[in-house]
Write a protein that binds this ligand. Sequence first.
Ligand code: DC
Length: 210
Amino acid sequence: MIIAVDGPTASGKGTVAKNLAEHYGLKRLDTGSLYRAVGLAVLDAGDEPSDVGAALAAAEALDLGAIDERRIRSSAAGLAASKVAVIPEVREVLRRAQKTFAADPKGAVLDGRDIGTVICPDAEVKLFVTASLDERTRRRLAELHARGEQITFEELQAQIAERDARDMTRKDSPLYQAADAHLLDTTALSIEAAAQAAYAIVDGVIGPRG
Ligand code: DC
């Protein structure tokens, strides 16, 4: 079984995907972490994320087992990720890695922006997870403050809105809800309530526990 989870940044899709993977005993790939790792590698090399040659070299050199899970969570890495994600050559390299992951016969949960539309268009279950811009900003701000990053609500909201616009308007694999994806709005939901709502959607499609 493949479960595709898409949605904008800080919508709760990562937490929903993690809970779904545990609940159904599936492995999970946070595909945003690949774009973040490429963006961070470009920044570390002193290059611009919009530099096609630099971003492609970083994508080709990416080692999935060596991603620094802490450093890729910075707001700078997130912004760089949304810039390298515009480049078709970079997407092509990362698309291959994602498709390989999804080809495992045991199934998987993948979360990102184009899982239900491009990476796994035949996924058994597709979820589109969203939340209001204010709520997403509050959640990301709490995360960044916990990491010690100094950023105001207004600055962060502008950054998130900029990323949303870039993710939704790029030519290659933009973010949108697939016609057969189930909408899950987590604005007013706790983590547990969002997880329960996600299980209900999946069970509704495949039947309880498959
Ligand atoms: O989900 P996230 O915030 O970690 O994603 C970071 C960036 O990566 C996001 O702004 C766009 C890009 N991305 C993408 O283009 N396609 C995906 N499947 C996942 C992420």
